[in-house]
Structure formats: C-alpha cells, structure tokens
Design a protein around this ligand. Structure first.
Ligand SMILES: CC(C)[C@H](C(=O)O)[C@@H](O)C(=O)O
Ligand code: SF4
Length: 475
C-alpha cells in the first residue's frame, strides 16, 4: 500500500460493508453526540419500531442549544425549549444514555464538552445531529454532522451509510502574522474558495502554521470547515494533540495512554500521500478579518472597505452582494473600521473556549465597553466558566461592563432569549452570519475574540493590531 492520508486510514478502519465504489459504505461509528434539538424524532422512531440504543456507552447527550444563560433556578419560559429539554431527559433515562443536563456542572456546548472531557479522540468516527461536528476533526478524527433520520440509524445500529467523500489538502503557507488568529485563517479560506468551495470534500489542514496552533485554535479552524461546504475538516494528530488529551476524564487511563498515543501518532497522513485537490492559503498576506455580508464567505480584511457590488465578476455575485448589503444596511466604500456596533457576543463552539476568553480578556483589561454597546460573554461549558473564574477573567469582563453568563449556544443562533433586536448590529465570535440568525432583523459580523473585544471597547470595528501595538497576546 502506498502513502495514505489520515482520512483514508480512518475510513478504511471503519468499513462494515462496502459494495461497488458508486454505492455508499456502511461505517462503524465510535462516538455519537446527541443534543436536544435534533434528537426527539429519532428517539420517537426507535420507540415506534420497538428498538433499543445499540451502544449507549458510545453515546453522550447534552442540553446546549436552547438552555437559558441567565439564572437557571428560574422556570424556563419558552415552552418549545422546555419541552425539548424534558424530552431529552426522558429519552436518555429510557434508553440509558449519559446526559449532561441543564444543572450538570460540566454541561456546555456539545462540541466543547466532548473534547474537554476526553470523549473525542484521534482516529474515531464521530457523528452528531449538528453541522459543527466538524470541530472534533481537530483531534484527527473523522467527525461530521448528520440529519435526524441518520441520528435514529446510528442510535439503532451504531453504523451509518456514507458516500465516500473526496479529500482536499488546505495548506497554509508561511508564518501567521501578528494579530491573525485561527478564526482569521478559516474566514480567509472561506473568502478565497467560497462557501461551496469544499463541497463533497473532507479537508485536511496542513502546514507549519497549523502545526503550531493549539488544540483550541485547531478546533476553531475545523469548526468552520462546514461553512466552506466541506463534509468534515481535520488536522493530523501530533504531540500537541497527545498533550491535550493526557489526563482527561474519558481519555485512556495512564497505564494505557502511551501505547494509545503511539497509535494515534501513526494515524497522521504519510509523507507523499496525495489528495484529490490541494488549496494553498498564503498566511503572510493575511490580516484580521471581518464579515460584511450574510454568509461567512462575504468577508474582508479589517483594512478594507465594504465592497461595491458593481465591481463583482458576474451577475449572480453582484446581486448577492447588493442584497446582502441592503440587509446589513451598509454602503459600498465604507471602511470596515467605521462600522459602529450595538452588541458584542463572545462565545459559541467556534470561540467559546478558555483560550478565547483569555485573549478577549487581555484586550478588555482595564478598559470599558463603549457607551451604548451591550456586550456579553457566554462560556462554552461549565468547565470553561469555572476555569475562567479561577483566573479572574469574569471580573475583568464584568468590570469592563460585559455580562458574564451561563454556558450554552446562546446568541450564536438565538434559540433562547439571547437575541438581537431588529436592526441591531453585532460583533460576534460565532460561525454564521445568516439573515436573522441571531434574532429577526439582526445583523451579524463574524470576527475573532480579540476583534470582538476590541470592537466592544471602541464601539466600532478596529484593527486589533493597532490596539495591541505589537504586544504579545497570551495563548
Ligand atoms: C440546531 C442545529 C441543527 C444547528 C446545526 O446543525 O448546525 C445549529 O447547531 C447551528 O449551528 O445552526
Ligand atoms: S454554538 Fe452555534 S454553531 Fe455551535 S452548535 Fe451551538 S448553535 Fe451550532
């Protein structure tokens, strides 16, 4: 056998049944994450057929999407949210699935708690009824979102039918300049290849700049693979991966860890392995990014201006930009740094980890949120929240005028009371800026945590490199 990619290795190791290459393959699933929004019908289906859950021990459930992020001792007002949470609790009880519920100390966003608890490991196939399951690819696992009928299939059989995707190498060239984060890297990629650019592919991120990213940053990168259209995104495991996992609650025990770690390292793509497509992104030319439109691909460096639709290459793009600018209430030619904001949201599975909060706090420290701006921090999990509090980050944020809230998806998609009012403009560390995503009529600009923090204190977007004047941002 010639050199193989990590994708090929994981895929081949999980084949249960395979016919001709035109047919889907039946894959074994190692880990199944479940949340309250996409699981009710799946459990209902099992019940109707009189089936059980094949491997409750490989299944983990969590409430995250519509949990309140304010005082949790109060009754939940939203009846749909309340019902979905009750149903998940009932289903987990009936089918014997471990559940991180609203009051569990380690509750949080599914894509944050899986890695944090050591449930996500290299070489695994991981699925969840959620598109940002790609986050877990940061560990060198094959992780992707599935639909509710597939959730039912995995619950019942621990397997899944999949058409084999193609492979794409996204190679980051050069060193990451000061002020350019993993969020900027992925936004730049999507800007370059468009939101459909990786459709049908599993991306592997490579290059020295990727190797030098922390696990948290790799998760940010892989998280938004789906916004480039990819089926999944992953990074080959290395020492950073191993060091992150050692000692985690559900990671292999100490006496087995080193043997396991050696297996994981061997999963990395072999030198000379080939991909169906290779895309290069030149890091040396990147700047902190800000989206100005209604899809993550509508993005530019902070040093740029709002684009003029008339200058776009084709009629469709012209129309799309015109429409987006109308929704976003932006004029072509306006410097991105002149766009004033009303709200700031720091959180989500893209940027709601401890490292993200540390970086934002570093920018905020000793400063105040600009008058008229409402800013909130929503830690990605209970663990993130406790660790941040132990470091005093909550005080840095609250003294600056930020709200410090309970963990969950929150204003990333506004399935709970955390929403924008119509017309409000938000600097958000989340991953989607679709129309109405954060509340009807709300306007979302995607940025890194540092850029969101800088916007909070300035009242408008600002180049983080000016604010930090080349001082080192801690990791
Ligand atoms: C609710 C869920 C199905 C959805 C997803 O799949 O991504 C959500 O997490 C999102 O980010 O839009
Ligand atoms: S934080 Fe946002 S993107 Fe992530 S799972 Fe929740 S809703 Fe989806």
């Amino acid at each position: 056998m010639g050199p193989r990619t990590i994708f090929d290795k994981i895929w081949d190791a999980h084949i249960v049944w395979q016919g001709s290459t035109a047919e889907p393959t039946l894959l074994y699933i190692d880990r199944h994450y479940v949340h309250e929004v996409t699981s009710p019908q799946a459990f209902e289906g099992l019940r109707k057929e009189g089936r059980t859950v094949r491997r409750p021990d490989r299944t983990v459930a969590v409430m995250d999407h519509n949990v309140p992020t304010s005082d949790r001792s109060l009754p939940i007002q939203d009846t749909i949210a309340k019902r979905q949470m009750e149903l998940l609790a009932e289903n987990c009880r009936e089918f014997g699935i471990p559940l991180y519920d609203l009051h569990h100390p380690d509750q949080g966003i599914v894509h944050i708690i899986g890695p944090e608890l050591g449930l996500t490991q290299p070489g695994m196939t991981i699925v969840c009824g959620d598109s940002h399951t790609s986050t877990h690819g940061a560990f060198g696992s094959l992780a992707f979102g599935i639909g509710t009928s597939e959730v039912e299939h995995v619950l019942a059989t621990q397997t899944l039918w999949q058409q084999k995707p193609k492979t794409m190498e996204v190679r980051f060239i050069g060193e990451r300049p000061f002020g350019v984060t993993a969020k900027d890297m992925i936004l730049a990629l999507i800007g370059q290849i468009t939101t459909a650019g990786a459709t049908g592919y599993v991306i592997e991120y490579t290059g020295d700049a990727v190797k030098s990213l922390s696990m948290e940053e790799r998760m940010t990168l892989c998280n938004m693979s789906i916004e480039a259209g990819a089926r999944a995104g992953l990074v080959s495991p290395d020492e950073t991966t191993i060091n992150y996992l050692r000692g985690r609650r559900f990671a292999p025990a100490d006496d087995q860890f080193d043997a396991k770690a050696a297996e994981w390292l061997a999963l990395a793509s072999d030198p000379g392995a080939s991909y169906d497509r290779v895309v290069e992104v030149d890091l040396r030319r990147l700047a902190p990014m800000v989206t100005w439109g209604t899809s993550p691909g509508m993005v530019s460096p902070i040093t740029a201006t709002v684009p003029n639709p008339d200058e776009a290459d084709d009629a469709d793009t012209r129309e799309a930009i015109r429409y987006a600018l109308q929704y976003m209430d932006l004029q072509p030619g306006t410097p991105l740094s002149a766009i004033a904001i009303d709200r700031v949201f720091i959180g989500s599975c893209t940027n709601g980890r401890l490292e993200d909060l540390k970086r934002a706090a570093h920018v905020i420290q000793g400063k105040k949120v600009a008058p008229g701006v409402r800013a909130m921090v929503v830690p990605g999990s209970g663990q993130v929240k406790r660790q941040a509090e132990a470091l005093g980050l909550d005080r840095i944020f609250t003294e600056a005028g930020f709200e410090w809230r309970e963990p969950g998806c929150s204003m990333c998609l506004g399935m709970n009371p955390d929403i924008l009012s119509p017309g409000e403009r938000c600097a958000s560390t989340s991953n989607r800026n679709f129309e109405g995503r954060q509340g009807r009529g709300g306007r979302t600009h995607l940025v890194s945590p540092e850029m969101a923090a800088a916007a909070a204190i300035s009242g408008h977007f600002v180049d983080i490199r000016e604010i930090m004047e080349n001082e080192e941002v801690p990791s």
